[in-house]
Write a protein that binds this ligand. Sequence first.
Ligand code: SAH
Length: 356
Amino acid sequence: MNALETQLIARINSEGPISLADYMAECLLHPEHGYYTTRAPFGAAGDFITAPEISQMFGELIGLSLAQCWLDQGTPTPFTLAELGPGRGTLMADLLRATRSVPGFHAALQLHLVEASPSLRQVQQDSLKGFKVAWCESIDALPEQPLFLIANEFFDALPIRQFVRDGEAWREKRIGLADGKLSFGLGPEAPQPALEHRLLDTKDDDLVEVNIATAPIMATLAQRIAGHGGAALIIDYGDWRSLGDTLQALRSHATVDPLTAPGTADLTAHVDFEVLCTVAAGAGCNHSKVTPQGVFLERLGITDRARALAASLEGAALESLIAAHRRLTHPEEMGNLFKVLGITPAKTPPPPGLLS
Ligand code: SAH
């Protein structure tokens, strides 16, 4: 039994069963034993690989899309260039390199990274040597000025609650103890006013997920963009509306039981794009169509970029570039599972690569 498991069991013994959101928050961000606080999990040697770690092309194309939005909005100066959950800082480093030739962009930007993990902040610092970086714990700390923002695989790492329908009420899935071990169970039946609309599209025993942090984060970011200008690109796996259990635990590229060895596996859930779009619209922003990642990258010219890079490569390096292009774009790889959403001020077209 690891230290976090011992602590969770003690907590459940004194407080009773905890919600899945509480469990995820402890596993991911516990100051001493949390997954993101204690390890650098991305990349081939880690537990999972993300798009920016697959190829530089990903961050470069995102950079050009955001820089074009900045040009189209009349080069507001200064502006915040922000990333939510930057991981190893690879995407931001590629974005900054690709936008060096955009006149005025680097002189006008103020770089802000929203990162909860102190150890990942250190990794990000090393990736972004030569740039002045300000870190913050929460999106609320971003300055009141134009905001150009990227979030790749950030919202999927936020804690969710799960509810199972029981007649006109819901029972929350919770983590309690069985034979002294962490175990899933259901809480008492209770009405959930926030899930009123889900009584229309679910039946008994259906499970729905609620990401408790998504709406407030999206509201803050959309208010900044509606009020001061800017654009956001949100890339994640998920769909229009959540139905069913999408909680996933990954360790060494394999799915594992989310309740064993807490804090040592990445825990994620699908992102509900309906919530992101509804909150953005409510704050006065335009949102694009939710677009498959492969389509978005193809529209931005990933194939031309791959050809240009291929010109100076051969052998294993060339093979690896071809594999990366396929992995990012092909519908059977990340191309379809991952979706892209663009947020811009009202009456402003979506970022390049997306349609309204
Ligand atoms: N965007 C990166 C990493 C994705 S993993 C990539 O594509 O490679 C999720 C990232 O979000 C990590 O950097 C993690 O530490 C950070 N994170 C998770 N929950 C967070 C929270 N509540 N606040 C701030 N950062 C968080």
